[in-house]
Design a binder for this molecule. Structure first.
Ligand SMILES: CSC[C@H]1O[C@H](OP(=O)(O)O)[C@H](O)[C@@H]1O
Length: 389
């Protein structure tokens, strides 16, 4: 059965509450943009693409279940105000702001002709928001294809083992996933020996969510601590040789610097030291040519309790009691906490950026040119870099 984190039909939106996973699969009803804002802020839904899609659809269901003005300009103003509110839920992932910008253009275009009604503006918005679900899955399948081909091409032959960080799968997108989509494609083409997923402290998106997806799909995988990832590249462990580290992204700056889950930067340093390929997998909705470099990316800081407290079902020594979710403290009371949700990996540590139209590599001067990827279409002119782009 396909894992669905977002369930949408006109007038109805449900999200899989990711704070309950991996032990409980519960869907929360989202009825308004405000519900969507809180679900994103609380991280009941998370992942750069999923944040944008849930935000857009939360407004769509509010529109579909509210009597709005017949006046096109008034409806457009209502929608744009709500989009600007939704963008404030989380600052680092660019997908949400990118979606708000594109959806604002849609409603402004339809509201312009005096002949158009409020209903026409509402329909145009809701159709565009729903299309995001379809486009994102298609993007991720393209990322999976190109990423898997690139890793196999650059490996030493035979099946490959890869490391991934955080959750970038069907729980972070509309389906299939970005970096986890690459792992799914490697598995589907019988090219994967083993995937290693890091726990991803402090919120454990790896042990709670990626491990859940890998078990769900019967993909050969091993959970490791964040600190073990470096050792894995050196030890003759179960992996023998890691062919690549592939991670997702929340915002790729114009020069290729990439903001991603905290702990990504240290993985890139480890990969560079050990000569292991380090890849970022991201749809073009995550590439932000308007942000010059990683220095300009706002890094979200999360509540300290997400680091000092941990929640899960009671374990009685034999079984898990799923009816008893308990929260326990794992840090000294009174200690100061710094909890940035992301870090920035400089472009110089990144070997390739896997997009839905191909893998972008640096040119002879060691510089990423992402403009070609942003203009390319899967069936159109391929930019000159290796791997399709
Ligand atoms: C395809 S998800 C991209 C990105 O989003 C995640 O962040 P969060 O779990 O805080 O929403 C993580 O950084 C993933 O790599």
């Amino acid at each position: 059965m396909v894992l669905q984190a977002i369930r949408y039909a006109p007038g109805s939106l449900q999200i899989l509450n990711q704070l309950k996973l991996p032990h409980q699969e519960e869907y929360d009803e989202i009825k308004t943009a405000e519900d969507g804002w809180h679900a994103i802020k609380d991280m009941r839904t998370r992942g750069a693409p999923a944040i944008a899609i849930v935000a857009a659809l939360s407004l769509a269901v509010e529109i579909q279940t509210t009597a709005l003005s017949p006046n096109a300009e008034e409806v457009a103003a209502f929608i744009i105000e709500k989009l600007n509110y939704l963008v404030t839920s989380r600052p680092t992932a660019v997908n949400l702001a990118d979606a708000a910008r594109k959806l604002t253009k849609v409603v402004e275009l339809v509201a312009r002709p005096a002949s158009n009604s409020g209903a026409a503006v509402s329909k145009a918005y809701c159709d565009a928001a729903a299309q995001m679900l379809i486009d994102d899955v298609a993007d991720n399948q393209g990322i999976g294809k190109y990423g898997a081909e690139w890793i196999v091409k650059h490996s030493q032959g035979g099946k490959v083992s890869v490391v991934t960080h955080c959750n970038t799968g069907s729980l972070a997108t509309a389906g299939y996933g970005t970096a986890l989509g690459v792992i799914r494609s490697l598995h589907a083409t019988n090219a994967l020996k083993r995937a290693f997923c890091t726990e991803t402290r402090p919120y454990n998106q790896g042990s709670r969510l990626t491990a859940f997806e890998l078990v769900h799909d019967n993909i050969p995988a091993t959970l490791i601590t964040d600190s073990m990832a470096s050792a894995l590249l050196r030890l003759k462990g179960p992996s023998e040789r890691i062919s690549a580290i592939v991670v997702g992204a929340d915002r790729v700056a114009a020069n290729g610097d990439t903001a991603n889950k905290i702990g990504t930067y240290q993985l890139a340093i480890t990969a560079k030291y050990h000569g292991v390929k380090f890849l970022v997998a991201a749809p073009r909705t995550t590439i932000d040519l308007g942000t010059k470099s990683g220095a300009d990316i706002v890094i979200e800081e999360r509540p300290g309790k997400e680091m000092t407290m941990i929640k899960g079902p009671r374990f009685d020594g034999v079984d898990l009691d799923l009816s008893q979710a308990e929260t326990i403290s794992i840090a000294a009371q009174g200690i100061d906490v710094w909890n940035p949700a992301f870090d920035v990996t400089p472009a110089e540590l990144i070997d390739g950026i896997i997009t839905e139209v191909g893998v972008v590599e640096k040119d002879a001067n060691g510089v990423f040119d992402l403009t070609l990827a942003m203009e390319a279409h899967s069936e159109s002119i391929k930019p000159t870099t290796v791997g399709g782009l």
